[in-house]
Design a protein around this ligand. Structure first.
Ligand SMILES: *[C@@H]1O[C@H](CO)[C@@H](O)[C@H](O)[C@H]1NC(C)=O
Ligand SMILES: *[C@@H]1O[C@H](CO)[C@@H](O)[C@H](O)[C@H]1NC(C)=O
Ligand SMILES: *[C@@H]1O[C@H](CO)[C@@H](O)[C@H](O)[C@H]1NC(C)=O
Ligand SMILES: *[C@@H]1O[C@H](CO)[C@@H](O)[C@H](O)[C@H]1NC(C)=O
Ligand SMILES: *[C@@H]1O[C@H](CO)[C@@H](O)[C@H](O)[C@H]1NC(C)=O
Ligand SMILES: *[C@@H]1O[C@H](CO)[C@@H](O)[C@H](O)[C@H]1NC(C)=O
Ligand SMILES: *[C@@H]1O[C@H](CO)[C@@H](O)[C@H](O)[C@H]1NC(C)=O
Length: 654
């Protein structure tokens, strides 16, 4: 497979081929009709082709599902044909697009047996081979906007595009229509729009593989682009190029990571040059772009379909104190299932049989009732498959209670650090847990309405559902407790030693990068089955992070792996995860990757990981039981230098 060698980038202008709703005719994008196998105008093939084409455009075709196949004749003159309409389009638009292409195909490809015609709205394909249910990535075409993303934003943009598209791909692959479109915040009013689609006759694995290849070929240095192959396509742009109101709220992404794409090769590619009247188009582009940006802004202001459940209101969340008392046997000791930094947690059953976890907040928060309610509503709107859902709250005098969905399998630490239970978490399970935690945090950090920094991410805050999928607990607590969210510097440290980044533990500076640090520690714990903050190794390392760093530098990272899973693990995955873990715990917060990058690193093994640098570390003189009290008397030390000399070169005291 000669990779992208023969691939030509077509510089088109995205808006020229975008939703111009008023235009009746579909927008032509590209076609592939290799000249190698032809038929003559009066042949059996021609007759069969006409049968197939009229069947595609007949009333019998399923325009509502957007995908249809038809066949006619016997080999070697058998013709198989399909159409695929873009997932957001109505059956009417789909029908007229197909009718148009069917009419158009013999002009563009008069006597070719194998044809793929791409239009913005739909794709028609036919061949003398039966290509149904077969992954086909031949004849790819890349379309790029001509405008570059400004260089100082290039990395962030690429991360956003790749993470958005990767998530969309995962959702599309596991949906029945094999389609997903979504929006993500870029800057200010400007949003990124992404769309992915496979032909629905593919399996989840094939669709995922196809999209991964397609996404890897996207021109992420431009403000918009697409990559199209017969089996799938992906596209991003900075304006809504699909019908937003036809795209329903995306379901939370599945935990399972898409299968690794193999070699991302695009073989026999048709080389086509399109001459574009550049100057005219540039002017048109600027005008069009401004118009669309304005429109995007306007649409954005009213669009709420990506924001989850908007019917969440104070009224729908507020529960009566009597209900809570009845559910928990009046906070009976036997119902108590845990004690966290913010209060005791009780198991309970509501009158309708719903099992819940009830958190009785230990200290009254520093804010009034109205603010408390507001924050609860905001946090309740954060809904993601990898987050424990907040179902309601209750206020009674000083008493403040939060009601969560009940997650049956306790927390990750319960399994991970118990020699009797560790074996229940084999490598593939642990790998899925890592991916799920990353997706949960990415949602908190950037995909939800609010930017939530967790600040206390640790194994005991990762709950496991009946299928051992991870669900992050205790997010948004700083908000509910009325802690300052805007100030990036805080004197009230919420966190757990062993998971806190040095800059947060020592200086109270928190950011998304401090969550990343905690995530890195968690990854190393999941791999090793050892706790970071109660780690004693005879060879001198006092904590898991330095131990992992030492092994890494020794070239023996696999020694970190929990012996119980060491025999049966995917070594490349494990090493990659250790690598990611070490990138996350680097001393300099700027060097730590963002979560979207991490998700990408986890899902695509074609991404090259940077070399990790010295991790940031500190030791505690005392482990604060109550996170809220943890600022009491703590000595933190920064360990610089390698594990071998274990020299503490810098000491900070708070
Ligand atoms: C297609 O084939 C015909 C005859 O074999 C040839 O004359 C023509 O140049 C070919 N066209 C392309 C685009 O290769
Ligand atoms: C089909 O066309 C070919 C030449 O194009 C001719 O030789 C042949 O006789 C035609 N057959 C019929 C049935 O018309
Ligand atoms: C549509 O379906 C009907 C009955 O199923 C069939 O008789 C008719 O031939 C079909 N039409 C086309 C164009 O396939
Ligand atoms: C092709 O169409 C037939 C009849 O409409 C249907 O039964 C079959 O499942 C379709 N095949 C695929 C791969 O979509
Ligand atoms: C098909 O093409 C013919 C002529 O090229 C045109 O008259 C007719 O309206 C077209 N039909 C459709 C559905 O576009
Ligand atoms: C967009 O989708 C909605 C809902 O399906 C539909 O009512 C509307 O007509 C569509 N708009 C366009 C321009 O197709
Ligand atoms: C995008 O950011 C704005 C604030 O700039 C926020 O109100 C909105 O909810 C965010 N939307 C998404 C989808 O993250």
């Amino acid at each position: 497979m000669s990779c992208c060698a023969s691939l030509i980038s077509l510089f088109l202008f995205a808006f020229l081929t975008s939703v111009t709703v008023s235009a009746q005719d579909p927008n032509y994008v590209y076609h592939v009709c290799p000249n190698t196998t032809t038929f003559s105008g009066n042949s059996t093939y021609f007759t069969n082709l006409n049968t197939v084409l009229s069947s595609l455009s007949s009333r019998n075709a399923s325009y509502s599902t957007g995908f249809y196949n038809a066949t006619a004749g016997q080999a070697p003159n058998r013709v198989t044909g399909t159409f695929l309409c873009r997932g957001d389009l109505s059956p009417e638009v789909c029908r007229s697009c197909v009718a148009f292409i069917v009419n158009d195909t013999l002009n563009r490809c008069p006597n070719q047996r194998e044809v793929v015609l791409y239009y913005d709205e739909c794709t028609v394909r036919y061949s003398n081979r039966n290509f149904l249910s077969t992954l086909s990535t031949d004849g790819g075409v890349r379309l790029s906007n001509t405008q570059d993303i400004t260089s100082n934003q290039a990395d962030r943009f690429r991360d956003l595009v790749l993470s958005t598209m990767t998530q969309a791909a995962a959702d599309a692959a596991s949906s029945s229509r094999k389609f997903d479109a979504r929006m993500a915040n870029w800057t200010g009013p400007q949003s990124l729009y992404g769309l992915v689609q496979c032909t629905p006759d593919l399996t989840r694995q094939d669709c995922s593989r196809c999209l991964q290849q397609s996404i890897n070929q996207l021109p992420t240095d431009k403000i918009g682009g697409r990559f199209i192959v017969p089996s799938c396509s992906s596209r991003f742009d900075l304006y809504p190029f699909y019908n937003e109101s036809a795209v329903t709220t995306p379901t939370p992404p599945p935990v399972s990571t898409p299968p690794r794409s193999g070699k991302s090769g695009i073989s026999s590619v048709v080389v086509l040059a399109i001459v574009v009247p550049v100057i005219v188009a540039v002017l048109l582009f600027i005008a069009g772009y401004c118009f669309l940006a304005k429109r995007a802004k306007k649409t954005y202001g009213t669009a709420s379909e990506f924001d989850g459940d908007d019917i969440t209101t104070v009224e729908s969340l507020q529960l009566d104190y009597g209900t809570i008392q009845a559910a928990t046997n009046d906070f009976a000791e036997s119902n108590k299932i845990g004690e966290g930094g913010f209060g005791e947690v009780y198991e309970g059953t509501l009158s309708d049989g719903t099992e819940v976890a009830v958190k009785r907040l230990s200290k009254s928060s520093g804010q009034g009732e109205a603010e408390f309610k507001n924050e609860v509503v905001l946090v309740a709107k954060l809904q993601h498959r990898n987050l424990v859902r907040l179902l309601g709250f209750c206020l009674q005098g000083e008493e403040r209670v939060l009601v969560y969905e009940y997650v049956p399998n306790k927390s990750l630490d319960y399994f991970l650090f118990d020699p009797a239970k560790q074996a229940q978490l084999d490598w593939s399970r642990r790998y899925k847990i890592i991916g799920g935690i990353a997706r949960g945090i990415i949602y908190l950090h950037q995909d939800s309405r609010l930017t939530i920094i967790h600040r206390d991410l640790k194994a005991s805050n990762v709950l496991l559902d009946a299928d051992m999928n991870p669900k992050i607990a205790d997010f948004g607590m700083a908000r509910i407790f009325g802690m300052d969210q805007t100030e990036q510097n805080t004197s009230r440290i919420v966190g757990t030693y062993g998971y806190m980044s040095p800059e947060y533990a020592m200086h109270g500076q928190y950011s998304m990068k401090s969550d990343i640090y905690s995530f890195g520690v968690l990854v190393l714990e999941i791999i090793s089955g050892k706790k970071n903050n109660s780690f004693y190794q005879t060879d001198g390392a006092h904590d898991l992070v330095s131990y992992a760093w030492g092994l890494w530098n020794n070239g023996t990272p696999l020694d970190l792996v929990d012996p119980i899973i060491r025999e049966n693990c995917q070594r490349n995955e494990v090493v990659r995860c250790i690598h990611i873990g070490l990138l996350c715990v680097q001393e300099d917060p700027v060097e730590r990757p963002t979560l979207s990058t991490i998700v990408l690193m986890l899902t695509s093994n074609t991404v090259t990981l940077p070399v990790p640098r010295q991790p940031g570390l500190f030791f505690q003189s005392r482990i604060g039981k109550d996170p809220l009290d943890s600022e009491k008397s703590t000595t933190s030390k920064s360990l610089l230098g390698s594990v071998d000399d274990a020299s503490i070169t810098d000491v900070y005291t708070r």
